[in-house]
Design a protein around this ligand. Structure first.
Ligand code: CS2
Length: 499
């Protein structure tokens, strides 16, 4: 059996016949933790961890090791801990595959009983940055943006926070990412460990501002948190960022390919396309990795980049995911190769999205659209329609409904954007009514609001659009009341042959 990747097996390999895989670029043994990451999924490992490693290597910094925290599944920690945090990034281009190793992950934790360790690391004076990729739904926000205090996980963290502000030791297992973050901030405040920067790397519009507001709203709901809230206002920065790299789920085929290249088995392997981009608002409260030396753009204003990326790339992605899955395509590459679907996506971008955007400096939006479609067409990432289709109720408000609102406000009917909503509604209907079959596999709805959506989708099909538009968590009261939007979505649902 091929040995497992770890510091020891890697060293043995290098001493012996060696291997052709580069990295890690930093020496994991001499790196200390300076950054805590919440949400140790594949995306972080293929994106920010790579930038952090390259920045540390370029600047000769040894203080930017990462403590990666995974709350969704203990498996990630189980995969990475025996590998000393080492893992590979397999880059799948249209014509070229490469593998490199990353060593910047110094420690991995599934909070549970390691909660005190995570909180103490957030509070350590040597930690300066907390990054987050916990997905749109991970923030437990209500549709009005306030923290959902009825969420039992968040509720449990708020109770722990109140006790900790009163002097209790930080021991109760953390259950929500935002609760964990705020409890870490509370300990840092208590220990007077200095300023901190919280960098949201999720696909949320104005993500830094959103997370900052969420933290403050949460503190406003906790007794005796005034001095903590004041400290957060003065000492914690929440820059916005735009993150971009297509990172499909790792498959056994990817693992086999990586094993052949490395000569070691890697249970932490992640996969990405060659393209990668990170635009970060340069408003840090303290030190940060020299990410600009790794190719990131540090700028005063991220909003135009973020908006263009969410509205062009992510909205097109969702459109291809829903329409593609409905047509039985397994991958985004197959979906975009269908000329009818490509035309629908181009219409979305040209007719509804571009009129709502201001081009970020140096970016030609038409070219950006074409580049995005080329990236989707890469046949080797294997990014599935079903993966992108997941969590639509949390994703669409961020990537599509801003466009819809802006178009309606400008007096235009967002006919093309309505096609994406119709595709989503048809997908919700199909996946909750006996399941949808995609490439021989039954697909059911994977969404934080799955139950509510399933009951809304139930009933006479000609009322489907009305019932789904009435789901306030997704559409708010304004879009539910828009008769223009309703008719446009209905017309598309009809052409999708549902009604
Ligand atoms: C995708 C994104 O799964 C999805 O919803 O649209 O994860 C997308 O691949 C990334 O945002 C690309 O940067």
């Amino acid at each position: 059996m091929t040995p497992r990747l770890s510091r020891a097996t890697l060293a043995a390999l290098a001493d012996g016949r060696g291997h052709a895989v580069p990295g890690p670029a930093v020496d994991p043994a001499s790196t200390t933790v300076g950054l805590v990451h919440l949400g140790l999924g594949a995306f972080h490992r293929a994106h920010q961890a790579v930038y952090t490693e390259d920045a540390a290597a370029a600047a000769g910094d040894t203080g930017w090791g990462i403590l990666g925290v995974t709350q969704r599944s203990a498996r990630v920690a189980e995969h990475l801990a025996p590998q000393d945090g080492l893992y590979g990034v397999l880059t799948k281009g249209a014509t070229h595959t490469s593998l490199r190793l990353i060593g910047s992950l110094r420690d991995v934790a599934f909070p549970g009983e390691r909660t005190p360790h995570v909180l103490r690391t957030i509070a350590a004076p040597s930690t300066h940055v907390v990054t987050l990729t916990v997905t749109e739904k991970g923030y437990r926000r209500r549709p009005d943006g306030l923290p959902d205090l009825t969420d039992p996980d968040l509720g449990s963290d708020v109770a722990a926070l109140a006790a900790e502000i009163g002097g209790a030791p930080p021991e109760q297992p953390a259950r929500s990412p935002i609760g964990l973050l705020v409890r870490g901030l509370a300990l840092r405040h208590r220990q007077d460990a200095g300023p901190l920067t919280v960098v949201c790397c999720d696909n949320l519009a104005e993500n830094g501002r959103v997370v900052g507001a969420l933290v403050h709203e949460l503190l406003a709901a906790v007794p005796h948190a005034q001095s903590l809230a004041q400290w957060v206002r003065a000492s914690v920065a929440f820059p916005s960022t735009m993150v971009d790299r297509i990172v499909p789920a790792t498959t056994d085929a990817h693992r086999t390919e990586a094993t052949a290249l490395l000569g070691l088995r890697d249970e932490g392997l992640v996969v990405g396309e060659p393209f990668t981009q990170w635009v970060v608002e340069d408003t840090f409260a303290g030190p940060r990795p020299a990410w600009e030396r790794a190719g990131a753009t540090l700028t005063a204003d991220v909003a135009p980049f973020e908006r263009a990326k969410l509205r062009v790339l992510n909205a097109s992605h969702s459109t291809l995911a829903y329409l593609g899955a409905l047509r039985g395509y397994a991958t985004i590459a197959e979906a975009v190769a269908d000329p009818e679907l490509e035309a629908i996506v181009r219409a979305l971008v040209d007719e509804d999205v571009l009129p709502t955007l201001e081009a970020p400096e140096g970016l030609d939006l038409v070219r950006y659209r074409d580049d995005v479609l080329d990236r989707f067409a890469n046949p080797n990432t294997g990014h599935t329609t079903v993966q992108v289709a997941m969590d639509g109720s949390a994703k669409l408000p961020q990537r599509l409904l801003g466009t819809v609102r802006d178009r309606l406000a400008a007096g235009a009917v967002p006919t093309a954007a309505a096609a994406t909503l119709a595709a989503w509604m048809s997908y919700v209907h199909a996946t909750t009514h006996g399941g949808l079959e995609v490439a021989g596999r039954k697909v059911s709805l994977d969404d934080p609001l799955a139950d509510a959506l399933a009951s809304a989708a139930d009933g006479p099909v000609d009322g489907l659009v009305d019932r789904l538009l009435a789901v306030r968590e997704v559409f708010g009261a304004d879009l539910a009341a828009s008769s223009e939007l309703r008719s446009a979505v209905r017309a598309h649902v009809r052409t999708l042959a549902l009604v």
